[in-house]
Design a protein around this ligand. Structure first.
Ligand SMILES: [Zn+2]
Ligand SMILES: [Zn+2]
Length: 331
């Protein structure tokens, strides 16, 4: 197989020819048809996540077709199309797994971080953590659903019944969550980088009531805000934008330091919360809703070998919606 491999902190990823991986007991192997590029991949590249073991193949928004079944796998068929998300494995017996919060497992595995991911022509996954993708659109369009969509969904659930919802960082997750939230009847207020007219226009096209820069205010108090951007200064900004009792949800795996802020911003029973990973039930719930709500992802497809260029554009804020790597593009 071929893969874009991270050999050391800072990268760059290197295109390598490797032996085809064999699925172990309980695992499946897929031929990757599309793999979404997530901001978390930048944190991996930059060595900002703890305990990275090199070399590692990034990528945790994998759409593929099963081309080999490991021993004992009865839940999937050869040839079936599946999605492989960030949550790659959980222990099943720690206090968090037993309590129904496997997203917080003490001994988890994460796709494209602690096990090899989908920046490759082939990937192996634990069959119990792969989702069937029946009824969803084409492979490239489905890829961003597997992290931006799933974790976006978990953060939207955490926003409770908020009717006026702020979204800080209108990228892959933001543009999916906005569609779900609109379908649920909520109002969306989209906050982007200053002068990012293309992201603001996309937000308005998707039904946002307002779009502007993160330091602007929509002229009313929000019920909740979800922060997808990795900038800690957005936390006090979002607290300032929500009403008493409102929630600010931090949905990224990594964020720059949150600057100190006056207690008055938190006062009034405002909450600051984080979203970590996903439970498999989040995936099942969200993929059903993605079909019902007919979520349309805004994607651009790139050859697998262009992963470094795509990551650089994501860092610059030059990706509208979601970027997706396609091993077979142009080959
Ligand atoms: Zn566990
Ligand atoms: Zn992700």
């Amino acid at each position: 197989m071929h893969a874009m491999v991270l050999q050391k902190p800072g990268g760059p990823l290197q295109l390598e020819a490797l032996a085809d991986p064999e699925p172990g007991p309980g695992e499946i192997r897929v031929r990757v048809s599309a793999c979404g590029v997530c901001r978390t991949d930048l944190h991996l590249l930059d060595g900002e996540l703890p305990d990275i073991v090199y070399p590692i193949i990034p990528g945790h928004e994998i759409v593929g077709h099963i081309d080999r079944l490991g021993a004992g796998v009865t839940t999937h068929q050869l040839g079936a199309r599946v999605g492989i998300p960030w949550l790659g494995h959980t222990c099943g017996h720690c206090q968090f797994c037993l309590r129904g919060t496997e997203n917080l497992c003490d001994a988890p595995a994460f796709t494209g971080y602690t096990r090899h991911g989908g920046y490759a022509t082939h990937a192996v996954a634990d069959a119990s953590y792969a989702f069937p993708l029946d009824g969803l659109s084409d492979d490239v369009a489905a890829a961003p659903l597997l992290c931006a969509g799933l974790i976006g969904w978990r953060s939207l659930v955490m926003a409770g019944d908020a009717e006026r919802l702020g979204i800080y960082g209108f990228g892959a997750a933001g543009h999916i969550v906005a569609q779900v939230a609109r379908w649920q009847g909520r109002k969306i207020y989209a906050f982007t980088r200053r002068n990012d007219r293309t992201a603001q226009d996309l937000a308005l096209q998707l039904g946002a009531a307002w779009a502007g820069a993160a330091d602007e205010r929509p002229g009313l108090a929000l019920d909740a805000a979800i922060i997808y951007a990795a900038a800690g200064e957005l936390v006090p900004a979002a607290l300032q934008a929500v009403r008493k009792g409102g929630r600010v949800i931090c949905a990224g795996i990594h964020m720059s330091a949150i600057p100190s802020f006056p207690y008055s911003l938190l006062w009034g029973e405002r909450h600051v919360m984080s979203v970590a990973n996903l439970c498999r039930q989040d995936g099942l719930d969200f993929l059903r809703i993605a079909r019902e709500a007919q979520i349309r992802t805004h994607t651009t497809a790139h050859p697998l070998s262009d992963a470094n260029g795509v990551l650089a554009r994501l860092r610059q804020g030059d990706v509208l919606g979601a970027a997706v790597l396609v091993p077979d593009l142009y080959s």
